[in-house]
Design a protein around this ligand. Structure first.
Ligand SMILES: [Zn+2]
Length: 226
């Protein structure tokens, strides 16, 4: 059974010092390579169930889920992913914490310079977030869009996971000042008219025109929400 094999594999990563760099592709070769669409679908369901149980193995699971999806060449995820949207979002938001714990554990007592460890952590976080986005890119799950929307300034498109201008449900403004354009949520972005008016003001401001990155940020935001 795939699910049992998967759990056995994840538990084996506890002895991380014995793993070689090919440990995930070895698993793929054995269990994922050559599967059909019909086989892949229940495997994705298994992966999701196991993921909810072993979020600390997100790195391995994302890799395996991506290989399964590649083999099946599908854009849809089984219903169970949608049912677990909130949990998946929580796992995503916990990326920093998870990567930090894991890397500290891997290099514990190896006498590696703290700055170097910090660099590993930073690039680990970036890699894992990218993998996440790639996994769910063009799929039937829209929560990345929702997440992006909740953490963005409606005026300039500034994005930061710590920034939550309209609260977790996006319904009630928290009167947050955007660190980029200075707009206050619930005030300058209260209606579509005020968004258009203040965005227009922003695009004419000296700050906006001082650097191409502000234009890119806004274009990306608008593109993303399409
Ligand atoms: Zn802004």
């Amino acid at each position: 059974m795939f699910k049992e094999e998967l759990i056995k594999f994840l538990l084996s990563t506890e002895n991380f010092k014995e793993l070689d760099e090919w440990y995930i592709s070895d698993f793929d070769d054995k269990h994922v390579h050559g599967i059909s669409y019909e086989q892949g679908y229940p495997m994705l369901t298994d992966c999701c169930e196991v993921w909810m149980q072993y979020p600390q193995n997100t790195f391995e699971l994302i890799n395996i889920m991506s290989s399964i999806r590649n083999m099946m060449s599908t854009n849809t995820f089984p219903e169970i992913f949608i049912e677990n949207k909130e949990n998946i979002l929580t796992i995503y938001c916990d990326t920093e914490n998870r990567v930090r714990t894991l890397i500290n554990r891997v290099y514990e007592g190896e006498g590696i310079e703290p700055q170097l460890i910090q660099r590993f952590i930073a690039s680990g976080i970036e890699d894992e977030k990218l993998m996440f986005s790639e996994l769910f890119y063009r799929s039937n799950i829209d929560w990345f869009k929702v997440n992006r929307e909740l953490h963005s300034c409606k005026i300039c498109g500034y994005y930061d996971e710590e920034f939550l201008p309209w609260g977790l449900d996006g319904e009630f403004p928290l009167y947050e000042i955007c660190p980029c354009c200075g707009a206050e949520s619930g005030y300058e972005d209260f209606t579509l008219e005020s968004i258009i008016h203040n965005r227009d003001k922003w695009t004419k401001s000296p700050k906006f025109n001082s650097d191409e990155k502000y234009k890119k940020q806004l274009v990306n935001y608008i593109e993303y929400l399409k």
